[in-house]
Write a protein that binds this ligand. Structure first.
Ligand SMILES: Nc1nc2c(c(=O)[nH]1)N[C@H]1C(S)=C(S)[C@@H](COP(=O)(O)O)O[C@H]1N2
Ligand SMILES: [Mo]
Length: 251
């Protein structure tokens, strides 16, 4: 690997890619960068892509290039795994547990019985593509948290995907925003499988990688755990226009 690659990865990762949390955990920055480089893999090298493209998830890790496909309406279809199980709305279940008063499992019908929230918001990937004015609907995360009751020790919320690999998390304050949805609908229809259905997370104020697809579990935790792309150099606090080295960019 050429030295300039190391330098640039260092710059990117030291720009907040490692959270204070993780520094506190004693995970050395250098080690994380090496792990990140391994995670990004040799695919970019093989196709001669620029460093930027390799750091960006426009090119996914080795073996996954075929999974980054242009999709309808300006979205791109992203997955970090090969194939993901299809769930019908009727079969889908999500567990909500960890530091909660009443751990429980939710199905689609349970979500439908909770207050519904709709938002018209842009969807913006950190790699640069953006879909304006997408209609999202579902249960606002604070409304769901209220049902299970957040224990006083809880500080963060961790999300897992039934793809078995992807994870994300939010601080409890972020998770209590009304523009964070457990989304069951998109553009007036169900969330399609490719877009992470039957149920995905939608975190309106943050870059797309926070919006975990194929939601299978929510866990209340005592601290933020870095998600899939965050262990590979992206900011944990992924505010659009104010993170990932875009601090000067207009939103
Ligand atoms: N499970 C899972 N969720 C995911 C991803 C992924 O690869 N796997 N990619 C993220 C990224 S980087 C983006 S930009 C959006 C893309 O959403 P889309 O595939 O519906 O366009 O999903 C996010 N959620
Ligand atoms: Mo993304």
């Amino acid at each position: 690997m050429a030295p300039r690659v190391v330098t640039k990865l260092w710059r990117r990762c030291s720009n907040g890619g490692v959270s204070e949390e993780e520094r506190a955990e004693g995970s050395p920055v250098g080690r994380r960068i090496v792990l990140g480089m391994l995670g990004l893999g040799a695919a970019g090298v093989a196709v001669g892509a620029s460093l930027q493209e390799r750091v960006n998830h426009a090119l996914a890790p080795v073996g996954q290039l075929g999974n980054v496909l242009p999709a309808a309406g300006g979205f791109r279809y992203y997955t970090v795994t090969g194939s993901v199980k299809h769930y019908s709305g009727a079969d889908w279940r999500m567990t909500v547990d960890g530091l909660v008063d009443k751990p429980r499992t939710f199905g689609m019908a349970d979500l439908a019985r909770l207050p519904q929230t709709a938002l018209d918001k842009d969807f913006q990937c950190v790699t640069g593509w953006r879909v304006p004015d997408v209609r999202w609907a579902g249960v606002a995360l604070p409304d769901l948290l209220q049902v299970v009751g957040v224990a006083p020790q809880a500080k963060a919320v961790r999300f897992t995907s039934f793809d078995g690999v992807y994870t994300e998390s939010l601080t409890l304050d972020q998770a209590r925003r009304r523009d964070v949805l457990v989304a069951t609908r998109m553009e007036g229809g169900p969330v399609t499988h490719d877009h992470g259905g039957p149920v995905r997370l939608y975190v309106a104020p943050m870059y797309g990688y926070k919006s975990l697809k194929w939601l299978g579990g929510i866990e209340l935790t005592d601290r933020v755990r870095s998600g899939y792309w965050e262990r590979r150099g992206y900011d944990v606090d992924a505010w659009v226009g104010r993170s990932n080295g875009r601090d000067d960019a207009p939103t």
